[in-house]
Design a protein around this ligand. Structure first.
Ligand code: ZN
Length: 287
């Protein structure tokens, strides 16, 4: 039996995130949690009735923007896009086994979202602008991380939930742009090689970033950070490593954490742009 710490998870999560808790988390009541607020997402390790989970929570502000020739026609259409975006991300990135704790328990990974359609709110991690474009047209979507007081911003186009086909070395790869952009929203860089002309411009009219790609992954075309949609083990290293640091804090685990482990775990994401200065709160004390 897991050790039950008094308090409802909904309240515990509120205490650190100051954001509305997704309805799906409310059913995890009466268990243990620890969490840290971050610029890309807030991250929690929780004990649920179904076992331990790492939860990445993003608060989003969707803005639906008219394109040159198209406008969003109804609220239903906009809500439909936001709902499908969340479901597609969860279907792709949630997993039953992110890692195992030192006592051998499997930790699942879940992404959860809170979103507002019509107003920015404190605690938002991302503004997601979705530009309406004619069916079948694709443009270069992009992700800018938070800097200073500016919240992170993702630009998508209305067709970005559908796949495009990309070619490399005489093979084709299918990728939904919204799925690819999400890897940047969790902090990963592109893996593909940027093709720049003499003026430092890409074929799509954007400036080349000039950032060298990691040569190990340049030809891993099926990868989600490259031209495909495969999630590689090391794409989740940051989340997995944090999980390994905090898991021993759980009263359900037999190991007791080292001081270094706790300090590192709670310092994760701290100091990054947009992070609260507030010391992360440890939600339940060890006995
Ligand atoms: Zn990219």
């Amino acid at each position: 039996m897991p050790t039950v710490v008094p308090g409802i998870l909904a309240d515990q999560v509120k205490a650190v995130s100051n954001t509305a808790l997704p309805a799906s988390l409310a059913t995890y009541a009466q268990m243990w949690a620890v969490g840290v607020k971050g610029p890309l997402y807030d991250i929690y390790f929780v004990e649920t009735l179904g076992g331990p989970r790492t939860i990445c929570f993003m608060k989003l502000y969707f803005r639906f923007v008219a394109g040159k020739s198209e406008t969003w026609t109804s609220q239903q259409e906009m809500v439909g896009f936001a709902t499908r975006w969340q479901a597609d991300i969860q279907n792709k990135f949630n997993m039953k086994s992110l890692t195992t704790t030192s006592t051998g328990r499997i930790v699942g990974l879940e992404f959860h979202f809170g979103s507002g359609l019509y107003s920015w709110e404190p605690g938002d991690h991302w503004t997601i602008d979705v530009v309406k474009v004619p069916k079948g047209q694709f443009y270069t979507s992009n992700v800018e991380h938070a800097h200073g007081n500016i919240v992170g911003r993702t630009t998508l186009f209305s067709n970005d939930l559908g796949p495009i086909t990309r070619q490399a070395d005489n093979k084709s790869y299918r990728q939904r742009p919204a799925i690819h952009e999400f890897v940047h929203m969790i902090g990963l860089p592109d893996e593909y090689e940027e093709k720049c002309d003499a003026d430092g411009m890409r074929a799509d009219g954007f400036k080349c970033s000039g950032k060298p790609r990691d040569p190990r992954y340049v030809k891993d075309y099926p990868s989600v950070a490259n031209l495909g949609e495969r999630i590689r083990f090391d794409h989740l290293d940051a989340i997995r490593n944090w999980t390994k640091l905090v898991a021993p804090l759980s009263p359900v685990e037999k190991d007791r954490p080292s001081l270094k482990g706790i300090t590192d775990a709670l310092a994760f994401l701290k100091g990054a742009p947009g992070t609260d200065d507030k010391t992360p709160v440890m939600l339940a004390k060890l006995r």
